[in-house]
Design a protein. Structure first.
Length: 395
């Protein structure tokens, strides 16, 4: 049994984006509700029709969201384990599976970020005696003396190994950042729309070698949501459906928590850890990398875009840097147009919710950097502790 083409995304909704800590009186719940309501309006359904909820890395569960929306009943509720955006596409897969199994009919998949100072993703805090702060754990205390206290430092080691092994350069990282900034400049919602030159990239401060400031994703607040229904029902709604062709979830057992512990086996260390996901995803969809028209690849750091291009078969091992430097990611002329909204690096960082939305827009033909005749869109969740996830949407 497969969920292939049995369900579709029919509504998308995004809040305004706010620079870190500037969302004012809007709470995390306010942001999530706003995104869901916008997705409902986009789909042409009433919020009370929602009877299922699916999310990832978000404490706004159905017991909070459903009463706030006035939903008469909840028939399905799901939260994917895992950190960062790894569970994003898995949350879509859970919604699709629940609808196909008959558990519910209309699922809102949503995620928001609104964090107070002192609890930001990826930020390192000392713990003064007698004060709250980062909690000491055995695994954290094991790696902290070596400087592995935040994701940027952890992923930097993986990318540095790729550079050592294959000759990838910082110019290749810069090509990712500059291409995505170019895409963001076409997107009126993007937080970063100023031009970026190679000099701009190299003049940005070094944070964790080889990552400079422009190799890192944004810090911001906001929320996004999509509405998932059966393929049959999608035919009667107002938007062109983006059919969920395939979803893969999980990862190699040797990956596990290795992002923080750096204990992956040699064969998967200089990768994004998505090789298994790519295999399962293409098998379910019955397509290969040559069939994909546009890719929305999770980009918390530039280097992980390169590694995902390799994991998903768009080029061979070690070939992603030169390929991107030659313009392969460009929306208009590239071999595999990538992160056409600007991505986490330049549009906004909402843990892949915007990648899902952009994938839907590409299928609808409404992106601000629209790939001509796009029929298949690949979307990936963040390379992260297992499980991660990815999916293919089709028109």
């Amino acid at each position: 049994m497969s969920i292939k083409d049995k369900t579709a995304i029919v509504g998308i909704g995004l809040t305004d984006y706010y620079k870190r800590g500037q969302s004012g009186v809007k709470s995390h719940l306010d942001l999530c509700l706003e995104a869901i309501l916008k997705a409902c309006a986009d789909a042409g359904i009433h919020p009370h029709e929602i009877d299922g909820f699916s999310s990832y890395m978000d404490e706004m569960n159905a017991s909070i969201v459903a009463p706030a929306l006035g939903c008469p009943e909840v028939r399905f509720s799901n939260l994917v384990w895992g950190g960062g955006g790894g569970g994003s596409c898995a949350a879509i897969g859970a919604a699709a599976a629940a609808i196909e199994a008959g558990y519910c009919d209309t699922v809102a998949v949503y995620h928001g970020i609104r964090q107070p100072p002192g609890l930001r993703f990826g930020e390192v805090f000392a713990r003064p005696p007698g004060n709250a702060g980062t909690i000491s754990t055995a695994s954290r205390d094991f790696v902290a003396p070596y400087g592995l206290m935040a994701p940027g430092q952890m992923f930097a080691l993986i990318v540095r190994r790729h550079m050592h092994q294959y000759g990838t350069t910082t110019d290749h990282l810069a090509a990712v950042a500059m291409t995505q900034r170019e895409h963001a400049r076409r997107n009126p919602k993007a937080l970063r729309r100023d031009p970026m030159t190679l000099d701009d990239y190299y003049n940005s401060r070094m944070i964790s070698d080889p990552f400079r400031l422009f190799d890192y994703c944004n810090e911001n607040d906001g929320a996004g949501a999509v509405i998932v229904v059966s393929a049959e029902r999608a035919k009667d709604l107002k938007q062109k459906p983006a059919y969920i062709m395939a979803v893969a979830q999980g990862g190699a057992g040797g990956w596990g928590q290795s992002i923080s512990q750096q204990t992956m086996p040699d064969d998967i260390y200089p990768t994004a850890g998505h090789g298994q996901l790519a295999r399962d995803l293409y098998r379910m969809a019955g397509v290969g990398p040559g069939d994909i028209d546009v890719a929305e690849l999770y980009d918390h750091f530039t280097g992980m875009v390169l590694l995902q291009l390799e994991d998903y078969g768009f080029c061979g091992k070690g070939e992603s840097g030169p390929m991107v430097a030659e313009g392969a990611m460009r929306w208009d002329t590239g071999k595999i147009p990538t992160n056409t909204h600007g991505g986490n690096l330049s549009e906004v960082y909402l843990h892949a919710t915007t990648h899902i939305v952009e994938g839907v827009r590409q299928i609808r033909g409404t992106s601000t950097s629209q790939v001509k005749d796009a029929e298949l869109a690949l979307v990936t969740g963040g390379p992260s502790p297992v499980p991660s996830s990815s999916m293919i949407l089709r028109g």
